[in-house]
Design a protein around this ligand. Sequence first.
Ligand code: MG
Length: 348
Amino acid sequence: MKKLTVNAMSATYDILIEKGLLKNSAEYIKNNVKAEKLMIISDSNVAPLYLDTLKSGLLQYGFSVYSHIFTAGEKSKNLTTVSKIYDALSENEFTRKDCVIALGGGVCGDITGFVAATYMRGIDFIQIPTTLLSQVDSSVGGKTGVDTSYGKNLVGAFYQPKIVLIDPDTLDTLSEHYFADGMGEVIKYGCIKSRELFDFLKENDAKESIEEVILICLRIKRDVVSEDEREAGLRMILNFGHTLGHSIEKLSEFSLSHGECVAKGMVMISKATEKLGITKSGTTDEIIKLCEKYSLNTDICYDIDAIAESAKNDKKGSGKMLNLVVTPKIGETLIHKIDKNELAQILG
Ligand code: MG
């Protein structure tokens, strides 16, 4: 078993990675929470595959186990879904000493974490991510939240899980499309922090060494989050490709996956900063090639002005300025501040 410990300011917790971990997860849950009652939150795609396995393990350990299933997809990531889960918890008399478990991808983890942060002003929660995107990224670091009609993740909280349990076997049921989605974030880690990872992905098939790839990505994320839990500085580098990626995601009305949009966002920003002389020439081509290798389309299918306009509302901006995460070369980052109104111009 591979283990990483996150030492965030607000909490310390472990990430465990092992094939087959899902069926043995009760033991680790027992050791990390005081709850007697557990509510598993999952979606309509994941629940039929893994809910019974998780549930039966937990029942053997004497927990009272409840579940709540929502319709799979980003469109469910809103306050209506959250409200239904609050009701399910209240109906079953969950108290502050009980616990919720996120069994699913990024959407499930974000919703469940937000519920945990706010129900009775905070109850324990556990992350059991089942997609590549959530295993390498969203299940770790404590960002929770939902979308509003104005944008992604506009309502949320920083709230850390008690433990993160990663079973790479759950990736076997993932479609090619969702594997590629996760690879968008994997490639991002290479771009921002590790030339070595970037080259490894170039020269090998990530799928064949997925446990190792997950570990490398999470080690980077762990180090960043341990230093800057609340995104006061360093954590911003994890947003490489995200400012524009979020805009594209929104313009597509969430029909494009997050990882795909991050890939497009990385290429767009890298192309712009290469032109400005901030990024080493040839970098954008390298990113495009690697994205294409992992079935990520990097074509920019929306009007640049529309993308820039939407990016102005990004919550990472402050006042008139926008903080752009830039890679001067693969494996390194810097923050480039620009006036929001200049964005369209530099992208054009
Ligand atoms: Mg992301």
